[in-house]
Design a protein around this ligand. Structure first.
Ligand SMILES: *[C@@H]1O[C@H](CO)[C@@H](O)[C@H](O)[C@H]1NC(C)=O
Ligand SMILES: *[C@@H]1O[C@H](CO)[C@@H](O)[C@H](O)[C@H]1NC(C)=O
Ligand SMILES: *[C@@H]1O[C@H](CO)[C@@H](O)[C@H](O)[C@H]1NC(C)=O
Ligand SMILES: *[C@@H]1O[C@H](CO)[C@@H](O)[C@H](O)[C@H]1NC(C)=O
Ligand SMILES: *[C@@H]1O[C@H](CO)[C@@H](O)[C@H](O)[C@H]1NC(C)=O
Length: 615
């Protein structure tokens, strides 16, 4: 049993173990009370027991009940939702982790579990008291000598160092909570204390006598604003005498002499030239308020800002009391999860380095999309699609300014889609020739593995995006498909039917045969009908005929075409209604335009439209 804390690790606790319950029901907390600094992380742990035949159906921590008196699971509490984690194990131990502790987290935390038995519920009561300490200066004594004590609302560790300020000036540091000297009453003097290393832990400034001492009260201890906007940092002066002069300074920008700060008025600082003003000119020579306005804020303006003043009778306020810490933030888009696949739910968050002081409104944009996508600090995209890929940014806007974030590229990953096979060259495939099948697929990240299959064959034919078959044989006829795979999934293409027609040699023979036949016809007709014409006309006829043959296409009006078709009908020539000899190539291509078969459509387009869905 232990309590683990991280971050600002200063914690005091009573290590008392509390066991509660009867008849086998109990919750045991590892500690009863914890005092912990703001901003820290704390683990509250417990173990629980119940009659062995039951099954636990639900476990959670709570501090409040809802309107019906039912405990509200901290995970569902908007103040805690983002700062709370649960951790449990099979030994009935349960740990609640709260990060970024706030003063408002001071409360009693209780554990509840519910079993499958009707009424079988149990709350570990009393719970663990969590306190975030505050500081206060207590003044005890008479006019002749007062004792000052820096008191806390919950015990701080024994090695805590206390810092003392008198009239805004650091005067002492000590591990004792009591100030070393007696303090004589003086209407003008004020004191405050702080804890070293925890500048948030600063007491209010108190007067030793009466309520007329001079003091400065900063309106806010921390301010978080957008880059490019403007800010008013203000304080009020409380005191009997009027202020005669005052200025704002930043310890970061000021000089030092013998360990003492020499404040430099920000209105004369070149780094702030034209960006700093004191808008309360009217009240500056009386009792305030005193405001420092910085415009066109830059990230390097993030610093602590302090106020100092002089009054009549040579009173000067010190320079060391902590002032207001300003943080100037840019905006960034964060995505959870940090990578995404199609179909997932994704949340984009408009994030800043600190929680913006003046509640801004947020708007979401996608680059190259005119209208805003959403509003709110978070933008949830459910069931994200590949079309949602793109650059996103957010805008935060409040009365002091507006800022657009840097963009975040949302890269939606998806498995192979639209996988298809194309063939080259397209057209009819002749035995002995070569073809190349190419697999294409849309995938993100890209396909890293392609595998080729032939239907009715168990083992793959090849791998790689292209598959070449050289010297193709009739037994290579069949249906081919590819499988594309990326890191997400794989997909099969629709099958492409490859039909191998004839033999190159028989085409050659056929072509030669046809040519001879044509020549014979031409010659015969030439000799018979125009015997007396010169040899010249014979040759011109021959040329004309040849031209006709070369441009042969499915023209049913062509005599020659018909003649050929009718007269030379043989099984071998069945698919050949015309033969075309391409003078630029040695190969013959058979065209069968009239009897176009569906297979050939597939070949031409490289895709089978009927099967245009992933197998
Ligand atoms: C005080 O003591 C705790 C351990 O008890 C240690 O972690 C911490 O650093 C100490 N703080 C200082 C300021 O010495
Ligand atoms: C995404 O969110 C929707 C609605 O909020 C929910 O129905 C769905 O189950 C979620 N999908 C995933 C993958 O978490
Ligand atoms: C942020 O982007 C939106 C949309 O492109 C634009 O209308 C708006 O003016 C921008 N805001 C700033 C502060 O640049
Ligand atoms: C599939 O791929 C083809 C060729 O690349 C393309 O023309 C078609 O638009 C794609 N279809 C889809 C649904 O992406
Ligand atoms: C594959 O085999 C099945 C049955 O064995 C048969 O019907 C089909 O025609 C064959 N397909 C091919 C492309 O050979």
């Amino acid at each position: 049993m232990s309590v683990r804390t991280t971050g600002r690790v200063l914690v005091f606790l009573w290590t008392v173990t509390v066991v509660l319950g009867q008849n086998g029901w109990s919750v045991t907390y590892s500690t009863q009370s914890i005092c912990i600094f703001k901003g820290s992380t704390v683990d509250l742990s417990c173990s629980y027991s119940y009659p062995s035949k039951l099954t636990v159906t639900s476990t959670f921590w709570f501090i409040n009940n809802d309107a019906e008196g039912n405990p509200v699971n901290l995970i569902n509490d908007p103040d805690y939702r983002d700062r709370v984690r649960y951790n449990s194990n099979n030994k009935n131990e349960h740990i609640l982790t709260i990060t970024d502790l706030r003063k408002s987290d001071s409360a009693e935390y209780m554990f509840r579990f519910i079993t499958d038995q009707t009424g079988g519920k149990f709350i570990g009561r009393p719970g663990v008291i969590l306190s975030v300490p505050g500081l206060q200066v207590n003044v005890v004594g008479e006019n002749t000598g007062n004792t000052l004590t820096c008191s806390t609302t919950c015990p701080l560790p024994g090695n805590t160092t206390y810092i003392w300020y008198k009239n805004g000036q650091h005067i002492d540091e000590s591990t004792s909570a009591q100030y070393k000297d007696s303090v004589y009453s003086n209407y003008g003097d004020s004191y405050s204390c702080a804890v070293k290393g925890h500048e948030d832990l600063l007491s209010p400034t108190v007067c030793v006598q009466g309520q007329d001492c001079s003091r400065v009260i900063y309106t806010k201890r921390r301010i978080c604003v957008l880059k490019g906007s403007s800010v008013d940092i203000s304080c009020t002066y409380d005191g009997y005498n009027d202020v005669t002069s005052s200025l704002w300074f930043s310890p970061k920008q000021s000089g030092r002499w013998r360990d003492k700060l020499i404040p430099e008025d920000l209105t004369t600082d070149p780094g702030y030239a034209g960006r700093v003003e004191y808008p309360d000119q009217e009240s500056r020579r009386s009792k305030g308020p005193f405001t420092l306005r910085i415009t066109d804020l830059r990230e390097e303006d993030s610093a602590e800002y302090r106020f100092t003043f002089k009054t009549y009778y040579n009173f000067e306020w010190g320079h060391s009391l902590p002032g207001t810490i300003l943080t100037v933030t840019g905006l960034q888009v964060k995505m959870t999860p940090s990578t995404c696949n199609e179909g997932q739910n994704v949340t984009l968050t408009c994030s800043s380095t600190c929680t913006l002081t003046d509640n801004p409104t947020y708007t979401w944009y996608k680059k190259n999309v005119a209208s805003p996508k959403a509003s709110g600090q978070s933008y949830s995209i459910t069931n994200i699609r590949s079309e949602d890929s793109g650059e996103y940014y957010c805008e935060a806007k409040n009365e002091y300014g507006r800022l657009n974030s840097s963009t975040l590229f949302v890269d939606v990953h998806y498995g192979p889609k639209n996988t298809s096979v194309s063939v080259s060259p397209s057209g009819e495939i002749v035995e002995g020739s070569s073809v190349t099948l190419t697999c294409s697929s849309d995938a993100n990240p890209p396909v890293y593995k392609y595998t080729w299959y032939k239907k009715n064959e168990t083992s793959p034919k090849a791998s790689g995006q292209s598959y070449s078959i050289t010297n193709i044989r009739s037994q290579d006829s069949g249906e081919y498909y590819c499988e594309a795979e990326n890191v997400i999934s794989f997909a099969k293409s629709p099958a492409l039917t490859i039909i191998i027609t004839g033999k190159q040699n028989s085409f050659m023979n056929a072509a030669v045969g046809v040519t001879v036949f044509v020549l014979v016809i031409i010659c015969l007709s030439g000799f018979m009908c125009f015997r007396k014409k010169a040899f010249k006309s014979n040759s011109s006829d021959r040329r004309n005929s040849r031209e006709t043959a070369e441009s042969a296409h499915p023209d049913s009006n062509s005599d020659m075409y018909t003649a050929l078709n009718m007269k030379n009908r043989s099984p071998e020539y069945d698919t050949l209604t015309a033969v075309h000899h391409d003078p630029n190539s040695d190969t013959y291509t058979a065209l069968n335009m009239k009897n176009r078969s569906p297979e050939y459509d597939t070949l031409d387009s490289g895709r089978d439209p009927i099967h245009d869905t992933d197998a």
